[in-house]
Ligand binder design. Sequence first.
Ligand SMILES: [Zn+2]
Length: 212
Amino acid sequence: MKPQPVPASTASTVDTASTVDTADASGTVAGPHRDDREADATHMRRAIAVARDALAAGNMPYGAVLVVDGRAVFAAGNEQRSTGDCTAHAETVLVRRARERLGAAITQGATVYASGEPCAMCCGALFWAGVRRVVYAASQAEMARVLGGDLLPVDARSVFAGSAPPVQVDGPLLEAESVAVLEQAARGAQGDRSCGPSPSGSVDVPRVMRPT
Ligand SMILES: [Zn+2]
């Protein structure tokens, strides 16, 4: 799928994010902590929806959403298979495309919601983009359990441990909902774990490659 800017006016699933903002402003949701939890869940469900879209497009089942000041401003899915780029994990695509479209400052101090715990490469991309909070759904352990494939065994908290400035890592959040998408991908996989476009003649079946 193509990453898309997500203005509040679009009639897409991003509208669910602005709904939370409205609820916050109206005071109809009790307590800041509850507000935060509900906003986290809303943004994460969008990331998982993007993961579902990525899978439907033949890519790995991962999605990420960029949130600035409580509002979803950009979403991107994995593009490894559609581009043949091993580094086109949802988070790296998100950072690159959002900064291209919205300006490099858009990621500074932002929060990223990822349907899968970011790998070490993606953690680096998020850090250098200035992202200061990362929330993930499925843990790397669950991603490895469901999809298998190569494993880079450095969890996100370890990558960011001691980083300056610090990056807050939260998760897993709504892990079962994300794992359901991973399991859908696993059912469609045929054992191809290579990184790159699939061989010609078999492009219609999502393949398992590497956990993002
Ligand atoms: Zn990654």
